[in-house]
Design a protein around this ligand. Structure first.
Ligand code: 5GP
Length: 212
């Protein structure tokens, strides 16, 4: 079985990464594609569902997972901890499923050290004004937290340099199509197509065997 590949996506808060992830599913279909559901100690926002948006855990549960070495990486982001459980990633890659994971820049750096074959994509908002507008429109955080996210946005944005690909999210559908194109390109590398191509070649060998 050809292994799936891991795609790490980072963006400053408000760059539109969540909508992009949703739109990506629509572009690629969900077959052979999985999204990591991270563990977090952050409380759920209105409308977020446990096991869908995140696995919401308390500090003790998170700590227990750290001690049991069940995370590929974890990081403190803003006031809470977020982690990538190995169980969310490794079995799927082994099953030939591509895994898309949205995580912060520290997490992406750590995960790349552990899995250097992962592909990394940075999503930029088109401008500061647009990022601010999106954060204000969100209403999920109180003004203080929003101001802090904006203040940190420049140092986050400069991290684009550490990523293999950069997408500017001005138009959601275009950005999703671009992300899908990156994933599709990897899927069609010869090494990944080898099994399929050999099965087709076998079909030809069988069909033409008698004629040789
Ligand atoms: P939010 O609380 O807005 O959902 O996410 C805050 C930040 O945590 C985002 O930058 C998001 O990418 C990051 N994040 C989500 N899951 C993970 C994870 O598993 N590991 C790390 N390091 N960061 C994560």
């Amino acid at each position: 079985m050809t292994r799936g590949e891991l795609f790490l996506i980072s963006a400053p808060s408000g760059a539109g990464k969540n909508s992009l992830m949703d739109a990506l599913g629509a572009h690629l279909g969900h077959e052979r594609l999985a999204f990591v559901v991270s563990h977090t100690t952050r409380p759920p926002r209105a409308g977020e569902r446990d096991g869908v948006d995140y696995h919401f855990v308390n500090d003790a549960q998170f700590e227990e997972m750290v001690r049991a070495d069940r995370f590929l990486e974890w990081a403190r982001v803003y006031d809470h901890r977020y982690g990538t459980a190995a169980a969310e990633v490794l079995p799927r890659l082994a099953q030939g499923i591509d895994v898309v994971h949205d995580l912060d820049v520290q997490g992406a750096t750590r995960l790349r050290l552990r899995m250097p074959e992962a592909h990394s994509i940075f999503v930029l908002p088109p401008s500061y004004a647009e990022l601010r507008r999106r954060l204000e429109g969100r209403g999920a955080d109180e003004a203080g937290a929003r101001a802090r996210r904006l203040a940190l946005s420049l140092s986050e944005i400069e991290c684009y340099r550490d990523y293999e690909y950069v997408i500017v999210n001005s138009d959601l559908q275009l950005a999703a199509a671009t992300l899908a194109a990156i994933i599709v390109e990897k899927r069609h590398r010869r090494a990944r197509m080898q099994e399929v191509a050999e099965a087709i070649a076998d079909d030809f060998r069988t069909a033409l065997g008698g004629a040789r």
